[in-house]
Ligand binder design. Structure first.
Ligand code: DX5
Ligand code: ZN
Length: 242
């Protein structure tokens, strides 16, 4: 399992310190929640924040775009340092085109589905994806309760991906993740877990990461997951990640 801590719950007054603490604790990914006040009822940050953080860290920037018509901004987010961009199926009329455009920028491409969105569309997109994000809360805010139907949705998504040429696609789950549900999520097939409020603020982060991993003792990761668990500097200067 790769833990991707959501910056939204970090201490915004001390972001440089937060990044240093994450890397020192052995974290390799950072989840960046971009919200536009239109697709979701909240506003966060845009490319300038990524641009400011990029020189400070080698964490893999996993950028969750909760914005309408994300194709308008993918070049800006790539230039600012995104390693993975995840767009919402509900926010883009031309999802396949945008996913291809993200890959053309040399970036990993992901698709996010809201809790009420069926996984059926993934059948037609499996080969266009590096990651499928299943939302386990309705997007917009951290600190919400996990939606239990997600467990079955993960199993269904894995079946659809594997049956349609997407066996290399990672499944990410975002919302209400904590050490209490990591075991069940990974057993269902989740490989990348996002955590905001249950991770940040619980220092030291090395100990908190261990609490998330503890229920997973003995589980073996797929090669696809292992290939993406590194920071960007650990694979040929980052080029293999993009
Ligand atoms: C919700 C965001 C999540 C959120 C997770 O819209 O996409 O990434 O920050 O926060 P927690 O882990 O507190 O649910
Ligand atoms: Zn998110």
């Amino acid at each position: 399992m790769i833990l991707s801590p959501s910056l939204l719950s970090a201490d915004f007054a001390h972001l440089a310190d937060e990044l240093t603490s994450l890397e020192a604790a052995g974290l390799t990914w950072l989840h960046l929640d971009v919200m536009d006040g239109a697709f979701v009822p909240n506003i966060t940050f845009g490319p300038p924040l990524l641009h400011a953080l990029r020189p400070m860290t080698d964490l893999f920037f996993d950028v969750h775009l909760m914005i309408e018509e994300p194709a308008r901004y993918i070049a800006d987010f790539r230039a600012a340092g995104a390693d993975m961009m995840v767009i919402h199926a509900e926010a883009d009329r031309h999802v396949q085109r945008t996913l291809a455009a993200i890959r053309d920028l040399g970036c990993k491409a992901g698709l996010a589905l809201n809790p009420g969105t069926d996984v059926g569309c993934v059948r037609w997109l499996a080969k266009d994806l590096d990651m499928l994000l299943l939302m386990s809360v309705n997007p917009g805010f951290s600190g919400q309760a996990f939606i239990p139907a997600t467990y079955e949705k993960i199993r269904e998504a894995r079946r659809v991906l594997d049956a349609n040429g997407g066996s290399a696609v990672l499944i990410q789950v975002d919302g209400g993740v904590s050490p209490e549900n990591t075991g069940r999520l990974v057993d269902a097939g989740a490989e990348v877990l996002v955590s905001g409020s249950a991770f940040f603020g619980h220092k030291p982060y090395g100990q908190r990461l261990a609490a998330f991993m503890e229920p997973l003792a003995g589980r073996v990761s797929r090669p696809e997951e292992n290939a993406l668990r590194h920071r960007r500097d650990s694979l040929d200067g980052g080029t293999l990640l993009c």
